[in-house]
Write a protein that binds this ligand. Structure first.
Ligand code: FAD
Length: 326
């Protein structure tokens, strides 16, 4: 009763990074509210058990069955509403993924509860969680409280809660739940699962990102960013003018209409720091900004500010990185 449940999405038997971020928020709230933390894994037996083993939570609830092998909104909605009915949790957290966007509103309607999507922060006030989420392309941040009776449902934005902060739990208890799927609810069959963009750049997993902006001037000159990234073994990110201009494919874009990232180190080269960009990288561990304008907004969130010309500064950093890696 009164627990904090965190749904763990998984692929090939491993929990997704965004679910571990939801888990790290679950752990923080569990500590602050004094409520037990439980992870929930749904899937085919072998996958679900492997994923459960990859999760650090005091207790993992596993709903495993052959018919749960492939995600469908009906399955997730039914299984989760059944788990909520049995467990009476205080809060159900999940990553803000395509799946969550698909089933969570339906689940909330089934449970007759609200759903707070895509949260970037959460703190406890007067013993209740207060969630923060952005609207109007990051121009406004809403504070959203939980009204009425629990359970409350919320999803977390990728990169906002640093999944690496989940503390290790020894000897997690795995509890199998038998949740039969009523035949009348099976309305679709997954014929094939494919990735729309094979080889897509997943910047959310990168430890270091070197990102470039319009200050680089053009596609050819952008090469210095690629060189620095190579020397550091980093991924390459970009602001929107760079991808709009075709200097890099769209999947490198970081920001409100691109990816959200939280690497250990983010080096922003020739990026002004518009809110639509910073909303996607502000949670990086250490931000280094290089800009020739001392008043560039990016400096207000930078840990290290280098006021200078990218064409002078970046090649020097590349040389240093190459030296160190020799
Ligand atoms: P600019 O703002 O033009 O900044 C270039 C910077 O480079 C300047 O600060 C300049 O001082 C510096 N500079 C120039 N030459 C040099 C030099 N030689 N050495 C050092 N510094 C130099 N943007 C995103 O990035 N991601 C998004 O997801 C995104 N989504 C958007 C969604 C909407 C709905 C809208 C309206 C906009 C969105 N934008 C997004 C665009 C955003 O508002 C900014 O226009 C964009 O981020 C600016 O990119 P920039 O910093 O590269 O370019």
């Amino acid at each position: 009763m009164d627990s904090i449940l965190v749904l763990i999405e998984h692929r090939a038997g491993r929990a997704k990074a965004i679910s571990l971020e939801a888990l790290s928020l679950g752990q923080k709230l569990s500590d602050e509210l004094g409520k037990p933390l439980k992870a929930v894994v749904i899937g085919k037996e072998s996958d679900a058990l492997a994923a459960a083993a990859s999760v650090q939570a005091p207790e993992v609830l596993v709903a495993a069955a052959d018919e749960f092998a492939d995600y469908t909104p009906e399955t997730y909605c039914h299984v989760l509403s059944e788990i909520v009915r049995r467990q009476s949790p205080y809060l159900l957290l999940m990553g803000h993924t395509y799946q969550a966007i698909d089933f969570a509103p339906r689940l909330a309607a089934t449970l007759d509860r609200g759903f707070i999507p895509n949260c970037i922060d959460c703190r406890c006030e007067a013993g209740r969680p207060l969630f923060f989420r952005q609207v109007f392309a990051g121009k406004l941040t809403l504070q959203v409280g939980c009204k009425g009776e629990p359970p409350y449902l919320a999803s977390v934005q990728q990169g906002a809660f640093g999944g690496q902060e989940v503390t290790s739990v020894q000897g997690a208890k795995v509890l199998r739940l038998d949740v039969p799927m009523p035949v009348q609810l099976v309305r679709r069959k997954v014929l094939e699962v494919f990735r729309e963009a094979e080889g897509k750049v997943d910047l959310s997993q990168a430890d270091i990102i070197v990102a470039g902006g319009r200050g680089l001037g053009n596609k050819e000159k952008f090469q210095i960013v690629l060189d620095l990234a190579k020397a550091l073994g980093a991924a390459v990110g970009a602001s929107r003018p760079v991808t709009d201009g075709g200097w890099l494919p769209k999947e490198h874009q970081i920001g409100s209409s691109g990816q959200t990232v939280s690497p250990k180190l983010y080096i922003a080269c020739g990026i002004s720091g518009a809110i639509q960009h910073t909303v996607g990288m502000v949670n990086s561990g250490c931000i280094v900004a290089i800009n020739k304008d001392p008043n560039a907004p990016i400096f207000s969130i930078a840990d290290y500010a280098i006021v200078g010309d990218v064409f002078k500064v970046v090649p020097v950093l590349t040389e240093l990185a190459q030296e160190i890696r020799k």
